[in-house]
Design a protein around this ligand. Structure first.
Ligand SMILES: [Zn+2]
Length: 342
């Protein structure tokens, strides 16, 4: 295993890289989200001042009053956007992309030393408040020693991601979810989980197990983002936005519009693209009410999971590090340009 950042110097996904980036930020403001289960300090960075959306009620009550403006009156106000990296600690593609985005916002150049005017111009035009959590599942990211999955086999991803059972066999996906929290059933605890074995995508959102969950839900309630993207890795999928479950049709259509705009930029750049249609998720068992859905129901955001290609070596469709970065740039550009009016 050779660190990816030696092969690709623009690829920075290690906790030490993130901490240095946050410590050295001059334009962004750095805040503490909470302590992880393992005692790590989870930080985030914001660009733009917080926006006063004239809160009168929580989101549920505002919906009950038949006017979401009682929760957040966004008309004529700057939009707030939230980007979340590494909800699963081994999914480091988004962390690397966020380090490049922060570099662009701080210096005008990304970690390749290149300007990306179509992206930075879109950010300036959006005139948004941008909130970035580079590493949300800090415990998992610390536990995962590799700095990417690029050129690694899928069993390497499974080991570092979902971990092993007590007999040493790989937990695998989605079987890793059948025991939760998984800590006492695990041999090697994968980076999917915090140190208590909680998969932050599948906390009990009505009675949260993890401080990370409570803190993120409180942040979303306070900030009232119009769009929240959780940046994940999806082995060698063609990077795409998943349709959220249990949200209004209008929100699903907004995700579809963002996905379509992202795909248009990907195709123009000679990259592959994939867009999931709006769907009703009819079936048994039902889809999970996961973090992406929970965050919508706190603040009404267009909330979606982005699955990045991870560049694995032994299954088809592996992207290069630069392709993975470019795919994220297309997403960010589309996000800022649509920013975000439903
Ligand atoms: Zn994930």
């Amino acid at each position: 295993m050779i660190d990816t950042d030696i092969r690709y110097p623009f690829w920075k996904s290690k906790p030490a890289d993130v901490e240095a980036t946050l410590d050295n930020a001059k334009l962004g403001k750095v805040h503490t989200l909470c302590k992880s289960a393992g005692g790590h300090t989870i930080r985030y960075i914001t660009y733009g001042e917080p926006v006063d959306y004239n809160r009168q009620a929580n989101y549920s009550s505002a919906c009950g009053a038949k006017d979401t403006r009682y929760y957040a009156d966004r008309e004529g106000k700057r939009p707030t956007i939230l980007l979340i990296g590494a909800t699963h600690g081994q999914e480091m593609e988004g962390v690397a992309a966020l380090m490049n985005l922060i570099s662009l916002l701080e210096t005008g150049l990304d970690l390749r030393g290149k300007a990306v005017p179509e992206l930075t111009d879109a950010f300036i035009a959006a005139d948004c408040r941008l909130v970035i959590i580079p590493i949300y599942n800090y415990d998992g990211r610390v536990r995962c020693l590799p700095d990417s999955m690029i050129n690694e086999p899928i069993d390497f991803l499974r080991y570092h991601g979902q971990g092993t059972w007590k007999d040493g066999s790989l937990c695998g996906w989605p079987e890793c979810k059948k025991i939760h929290p998984i800590k006492d059933a695990a041999g090697f605890l994968g980076a999917y989980y915090n140190d208590d074995g909680v998969n932050l995508m599948h906390d009990n959102f009505f009675i949260p197990m993890a401080e990370e969950t409570k803190a993120l839900m409180a942040l979303c309630d306070k900030e009232a983002p119009e769009c929240i993207i959780g940046l994940h890795g999806g082995d060698n999928c063609t990077s795409l936005l998943l349709q959220p479950a249990y949200v209004p049709l209008e929100t699903k259509e907004s995700v579809f519009r963002l996905a379509s705009a992202t795909a248009a930029y990907q195709e123009a750049a000679g990259l592959k693209s994939d867009v999931h249609p709006v769907s009703e998720h009819i079936g048994d068992p039902p889809p999970s009410f996961n973090l992406t859905t929970a965050l919508h129901h706190i603040c009404g955001a267009v909330s979606a999971t982005y699955e990045s290609n991870e560049g694995l070596s032994d299954i088809p469709n592996g992207f290069t590090a630069e392709e993975i970065l470019m795919h994220h740039y297309c997403l960010f550009r589309a996000l800022f340009e649509l920013a975000w009016r439903k």
